[in-house]
Ligand binder design. Structure first.
Ligand SMILES: C[S@@+](CC[C@H](N)C(=O)[O-])C[C@H]1O[C@@H](n2cnc3c(N)ncnc32)[C@H](O)[C@@H]1O
Length: 203
């Protein structure tokens, strides 16, 4: 597993994400799923370089069978980086990465519809509400009955837009937490890394 990132802030951002995710899951009363007899299946939507892969493997991969992560993004350069970085993960964790438009998951016949977790870090709801509503809708359809959708957001306003949209699709908001420790971005004082996390369940 590689731990060196080009951005000097990334390692600490990921440490904070790990702590905030674990704490939010605990507060939500919905611990990380442990799928009986098979690895936990996690779908990482619009994952970009998927810097958070090892964090997700640690936080969600507690089950005896470990975890399998599937990362998708529309940009192939980012997916190539993710493939290179996460060729090998610790313990019983493995990851695949695909170049894919996440608003068109129905085109991807081979993708499971039995995911335990769908995850979306730094969603971009403000940047195309129709596309992002489709992405959330398709993500919810790929979850199993007990599955959870977890999102993080950079801004308060876009987080609220996403909360409204996802609940509008019929998902139940389990909890939404503001990260008091998130790193403010110097070029955008209202924006901070993993500023919010929200967890949803299927109704
Ligand atoms: C703000 S970035 C977040 C990337 C990553 N999750 C992170 O936190 O570093 C938003 C990502 O959405 C991806 N994206 C935008 N539209 C998409 C689509 N229709 N399908 C898949 N990925 C998409 C972009 O390529 C970009 O990587």
């Amino acid at each position: 597993m590689s731990s060196s990132f080009a951005n000097p802030h990334t390692s600490n951002d990921l440490k904070r994400l790990r702590a905030f995710l674990a704490e939010t899951l605990q507060k939500s009363g919905n611990p990380a799923p442990t799928a009986a007899g098979k690895p936990v299946q996690l779908l990482n939507l619009a994952c970009g370089r998927a810097d958070e892969t090892a964090v997700l493997a640690d936080v969600f991969g507690h089950g005896p069978e470990g975890i399998h992560l599937t990362g998708l993004d529309i940009r192939d350069r980012e997916i190539s980086e993710a493939k290179e970085r996460w060729k090998k993960l610790h313990g019983q964790a493995a990851a695949d990465f695909l170049v894919q438009d996440a608003s068109k998951l129905s085109d991807l016949r081979e993708l499971s519809d039995n995911f335990d977790v769908a995850f979306m870090r730094h969603q971009n709801f403000w940047n195309g509400d129709t596309t992002w509503s489709k992405i959330y809708d398709q993500a919810l359809h790929r979850l199993n009955r007990d599955g959870m959708l977890v999102i993080t957001s950079y801004f308060d306003r876009e987080h609220q837009l996403a909360l409204d949209a996802i609940q509008g699709l019929g998902a139940q908001l389990v909890c939404s937490e503001r990260n008091a420790d998130s790193r403010i971005l110097p070029d955008a004082p209202q924006k901070s890394v993993d500023r919010h996390i929200a967890i949803f369940k299927k109704p």
